[in-house]
Ligand binder design. Structure first.
Ligand code: 13P
Ligand code: SF4
Length: 371
């Protein structure tokens, strides 16, 4: 993709890692005390389970071998029944594995779509099949609902790269310069910023201020990509996605050489030299839409592994070349942990109210921006 403008980026750092809290005991949270834990359903594979889940296996049979279904199906059936019993919905990110994405999720999408969906749901409980910052965003938009993350350790290297104190220092150093924070951050960081963005609306958000200089943190590569799309000068932070930073331009050139005609789609969290090799750059949903609408004969998605499986389900006529980089955080979410979430109502996402109020403003400003 040719650059539209000469990118102007100044990058600050270094990243300061911070961890997430410990995993709770079953049923120890406030929601579990109020709503009660339920008995663990049977997880036996039998004829009834096979019959009642056959239509769901049909959806994923091209990407999940039949030998694996007897393991997944009892969980799928139990989760779908418990969702009704609890009036719960599952919001699943595009990187979730096919059995989660296709068989138990109520809504799937990129970070922006999931945040928008979180504002609309009438359910009492939201189970976030994604990472912690996504669950925090859902909680910010639904302070009175129970929001659960099946594994509290599902973090994100970008969210771990910056703290609220870092953002306060940036504000001191660049007084009056608007601060745009990628949603891949903690609520504490969002609380210190003016507005949030995702990879699908970052350019629009940066330009929404009508000024010539904006701070866009913490993803250095997203910031560098945005700087190629706008005349606004970008001040960036040196945070990276541990999944996308591993791709190299050299490997893409080799894939292209051995797969003539392949369309290469890349997520803007990839390094600039990798994006320079791509035919298209966009958010996870933008990549999905590209494949669904353009139906390239052969495609390579430079992003997390499970995306190719999930898109393959809907586009069986497209051939996928699959470099496989897994997000270890996304992969902490499994059917077994989602079931535990619904039975024991854990892990409940709680945000300090003083932080939540300011962080909510930043997320709401983003959600309210017109498409
Ligand atoms: P999207 O908003 O494009 O889904 O990206 C989220 C993410 O974590 C990518 O690594
Ligand atoms: Fe974070 Fe990268 Fe995983 Fe996305 S893929 S959740 S940015 S570590």
């Amino acid at each position: 993709m040719p650059a539209l403008v000469t990118p102007q980026v100044e990058t600050l750092g270094p990243p300061v890692p911070h961890g997430l809290g410990p995993v709770s005991r079953p049923g120890s949270g406030a929601a579990a005390r109020k709503l009660g834990v339920l008995p663990m359903p049977s997880l036996e594979w039998n004829e009834t389970v096979a019959r009642e889940t056959a239509h769901l296996y049909e959806r994923i049979k091209t990407v999940v071998p039949p030998v694996e279904w007897p393991f997944f199906a009892p969980y799928v059936k139990a989760i779908n029944e418990l969702k009704k019993q609890r009036n719960a919905v599952i919001l699943a990110h595009n990187y979730q594995t096919p059995e989660i994405y296709n068989c138990v999720a109520d809504f799937v999408g990129d970070s922006l779509q999931l945040a928008r969906e979180a504002t609309k749901t009438k359910a009492d409980i939201i189970v976030q099949a994604g990472v912690h910052f996504m669950a925090e965003t859902s909680k910010l938009l639904n302070p009175d609902k129970v929001v659960l993350i099946p594994d509290l350790r599902a973090g994100c290297s970008l969210a771990a790269s910056i703290t609220g104190a870092d953002v306060r220092l940036l504000r001191e150093r660049f007084p009056g310069v608007p601060i745009v924070t990628y949603v891949n951050t903690s609520a504490e960081v969002k609380a210190e910023s003016d507005i949030c963005c995702t990879s699908s609306n970052a350019v629009q958000v940066v330009e929404s201020f009508g000024v010539d200089r904006v701070i866009l943190i913490p993803d250095e590569f997203l910031a560098r990509w945005v700087a190629t799309q706008t005349p606004v000068k970008i001040i960036a932070w040196k945070g990276h996605c541990e999944v996308h930073e591993r791709f190299t331009a050299d490997e893409l050139r080799k894939y292209r050489a051995s797969n003539p005609g392949v369309q290469i789609l890349a997520h803007p969290e990839c390094p600039p030299d990798v994006l320079a090799e791509a035919d298209f750059t966009g958010s996870t949903s933008a990549m999905i839409n590209f494949v669904k609408s353009k139906r390239p004969r052969k495609v390579l998605m430079v992003t997390e592994c499970s995306m190719a499986d999930n898109v393959q389900v809907e586009t069986p006529d497209v051939e996928f070349v699959r470099p496989c980089n897994l997000c270890p955080h996304m992969k902490r979410i499994t059917l077994a942990k989602i079931l535990d979430s619904l039975v024991y109502l854990r892990e409940e996402v709680e945000i300090d109210p003083a932080i939540a109020e300011r962080a909510r403003r930043a997320v709401e400003r983003m959600v309210q921006l017109k498409n």
